[in-house]
Write a protein that binds this ligand. Structure first.
Ligand code: ZN
Length: 126
């Protein structure tokens, strides 16, 4: 059984609005929250230090990050609209989950969540 990801609607809106603001550049955020075997609950977002936003590239130097075990994953945008992780996305992975928001960033239908070990995860917006 794969884990499910739970996020509040308000927080998902913050991520979607940020992605809209930066379009056509990529947007990247760290996700904080709690994880258990069955549930990853995202409770907060964090702008990574020294984040770079670009067309087809966004990232941050992971060695600059504080040791923070409340980071459950990374969210980033796909201005192309695709909801599948790209090969380069493997370099972005940190924590357990990778949340991708695809253009036009309207709502849950433009969001997908993946885990390196578990593949695609289901998303519950509360
Ligand atoms: Zn990507």
């Amino acid at each position: 059984m794969t884990a499910k990801v739970v996020i509040k609607k308000e927080l998902l809106d913050v991520i979607l609005e940020g992605a809209q603001r930066l379009y056509p550049k990529e947007y990247i955020l760290l996700l904080r929250g709690k994880t258990s075997r069955e549930v990853v609950a995202v409770s907060d977002v964090l702008i990574p230090p020294l984040a770079t936003y670009g067309k087809g590239f966004s990232g941050f130097p992971t060695h600059m990050l504080p040791m923070d075990f409340s980071i459950v994953g990374v969210a980033h945008s796909h201005p192309s609209g695709g909801l599948e992780p790209s090969v380069e996305d493997q370099n972005l992975s940190m924590g357990r989950i990778m949340l991708i928001v695809g253009f036009p960033y309207r709502g849950k239908e433009n969001v997908a969540v993946f885990s390196r070990k578990e593949g695609k995860l289901s998303l519950e917006v509360t």
